[in-house]
Design a protein around this ligand. Structure first.
Ligand code: MN
Length: 312
């Protein structure tokens, strides 16, 4: 994904409320944007009240929507630095292409993980030969300082560990959860998992008290301590939780994500995660001058033009 907002402001990871010292349950509303004719994207992170959850610094929930033509979801080549893009689909397919030469179709249940490091460009295209339902998530993970200049890489994980628990099917996408460890290559202590149930389900899961957590409902209804949560709502759960009681209505799907507090101050602007404004200015100049990021072979659409950078 790419941030399509043309009026980009630098998002600073430390200008949000202090991290609560205890478990909390804060409801944050996602912001909706329409891409193309009718593709709804709900942006949960960064949020004015919560910039990050662990190293997770960006969270988009898109669809469900029926695409009739590939132009309805097509993001031309654009650059990234200092982060990993983490893509998961509930329905449909997306074709990833990048400047390293990788071309990968992602299907539901798999993860596409692109490590931008010092710089990469990619495109994301739907492949629509007949009407296709598209529903998924894209997250970005900020790379810690010691890893943020590493050489770019791309990995596809077709199958991830799944645990069946009290009516929930739980797929562990990153880190360790329920005694399962996902193979996805990450650079700081964090986790994410997708919960899905066919019927009304209720369970309790153990959490890591050293992590902060959040929960995003993607379909159906989830009940947390009797509070109903629906799509478009992110619940910030704070730290110091040993467990979490969950209840969900039938056909629900939700994301649980967590991680150790990310102690470094990051600057997020457009598709870049940096530490200083000068790094953003340099990356932007490199993109406009066709340096550093390479080109994406066979991309369907033209490369994206960056918004104008306005220092804070
Ligand atoms: Mn992208």
């Amino acid at each position: 994904m790419s941030d399509f907002n043309q009026n980009q402001q630098v998002s600073n990871s430390t200008d949000c409320p202090n991290i609560p010292k205890q478990a909390v349950q804060e409801k944050l509303l996602t912001r909706e944007a329409i891409v193309g004719e009718h593709l709804i994207i709900r942006r949960a992170l960064p949020h004015r009240q919560r910039r990050m959850i662990g190293a997770w610094c960006f969270l988009d929930h898109f669809g469900p929507v029926t695409l009739k033509h590939h132009s309805e979801f097509s993001i031309g080549p654009h650059p990234h630095i200092g982060l990993q893009t983490f893509t998961y689909l509930f329905k449909g397919t997306i074709l990833h292409r990048d400047s390293l030469g990788y071309e990968q179709i992602i299907m539901p249940g798999a993860v596409n993980l692109m490590t931008a490091g010092n710089g990469i460009a990619h495109s994301e295209e739907s492949v629509v030969t007949e009407p296709m339902e598209l529903h998924g998530l894209q997250l970005w993970i900020a790379l810690p300082d010691q890893y943020r200049q590493i050489t770019a890489d791309f990995n596809h994980y077709e199958q991830l560990p799944t645990v069946e628990l009290n009516g929930f099917s739980i797929e562990i996408l990153a880190g360790n959860f329920l005694n399962q460890t996902a193979a996805t290559k990450i650079y700081s202590p964090l986790m994410s998992a997708i919960f899905a149930c066919n019927d009304l389900a209720e369970t309790e899961v153990a959490l890591n008290p050293a992590f902060e957590y959040g929960l995003l409902v993607c379909q159906g209804e989830v009940f947390l301590a009797e509070e109903k949560v629906v799509p478009g709502e992110l619940i910030y759960l704070g730290q110091h939780r040993k467990n979490l009681k969950l209840k969900a209505s039938k056909d629900s799907k939700f994301l649980l994500l967590g991680g150790e507090l990310f102690q470094e101050e990051i600057l997020l602007w457009w598709n870049f995660v940096a530490r200083t404004e000068q790094e953003i200015i340099t990356a932007l100049a490199d993109w406009h001058s066709n340096r550093r990021f390479g080109t994406v072979p066979n991309a369907r659409d033209a490369a994206l033009t960056a918004p104008i950078f306005k220092p804070k």
